[in-house]
Design a binder for this molecule. Structure first.
Ligand SMILES: [Mn+2]
Length: 289
């Protein structure tokens, strides 16, 4: 199967600069010979104010609409799409375009954060903390005005590797009924068992899974090149094992994201190299599909 990579050069959804350079670094260093379309955030003065609880909302919507149309165009040709972020808000058009193109879809969200805040509960106003709520149809209508069709049923959403959840965000997750598997649970039960369950949740009554991989699920001692590091994460080796299960089950997967590489915070390019290895696992599997 053919695969098209779409880069989202944006850090509009985070509070600090750097994430916008992630996809360009990966295209240049890892994938110079692969179809790789780059979509840039609108040039504008970015809001970084702590008081602004809807930071860059209008600009994010402009970018996400452009991404949504680009994903749909590639999917119409029958190609598999990989989103290379950019901050995690770009997963909104990636996942919702799959709902439109692939039918009923579950979402596997591999991340240290659950990204299930809403404009009502966010404490920072950084919109990259809201995308999973938006994709799951839980408030956040303002962030999916470009999408026509269903959102993802929260019963088909599973977060793997979470360890940093805000108090009110936890309430949102509980109300929506989202299954959250913590880093501790991965270590208690083992990677195979939790991934088996995660796929079962995402595929219950759906045809496909959208997989979204945030590099900050990995411990910052091994993957420092992110914007919001969280200690006590999984190792790089564990991340590659989790991702190899995704690769093995590629026939259940309709699209994939790799997000939040921040080259400015990276040390000796080690997070970049991990990102590259994760993407190559998926690319190889898609090509063999
Ligand atoms: Mn995250």
């Amino acid at each position: 199967m053919n695969c098209t990579m779409i880069g989202a050069a944006s850090d509009l959804g985070v509070s600090r600069d750097g994430t916008a350079q992630g996809p360009e670094v990966l295209r240049e260093h890892c994938f110079p010979d692969i179809p790789f379309e780059m979509i840039y955030a609108p040039e504008t003065i970015k809001s970084r104010s702590a008081q602004d609880l809807r930071k860059n909302e209008a600009e994010i919507n402009i970018l996400d609409k452009e991404l949504y149309e680009a994903f749909l165009k590639v999917k119409k040709d029958g190609d598999f799409t990989i989103l290379v972020g950019g901050d995690h808000t770009c997963a909104i058009p990636s996942a919702l375009s799959s709902c439109k193109a692939c039918g009923k879809t579950g979402v596997l969200w591999i991340d240290a954060h659950t990204d299930f805040n809403t404009f009502r509960t966010t404490e920072t106003g950084n919109i990259h903390g809201l995308p999973l709520a938006c994709i799951s149809g839980y408030e956040c209508e303002e962030l999916r005005t470009f999408h026509t069709g269903d959102t993802v049923d929260p019963a088909n959403v599973c977060v793997v590797g979470a360890r940093s959840i805000d108090r009110e965000e936890k309430e949102n997750l509980k109300k929506a009924g989202v299954r959250v598997i913590s880093t501790d649970e991965i270590h208690e039960r083992g990677i195979e068992a939790v991934m088996e369950e995660a796929f079962a949740v995402c595929l219950a009554g759906t045809g496909k899974v959208h997989v979204s991989f945030d590099l900050d699920v990995i411990d910052p001692s091994e993957a420092p090149g992110v914007t919001v590091p969280e200690v006590c994460g999984i190792s790089t080796e564990e991340a590659l094992r989790i991702n190899s299960i995704v690769a093995k089950r590629i026939s259940d997967v309709c699209s994939y994201d790799l997000v939040e590489l921040n080259p400015r915070n990276d040390i000796d390019r080690k997070t970049e190299q991990t990102a590259c290895a994760l993407l190559k696992q998926i690319l190889e599997a898609v090509r063999a599909k």
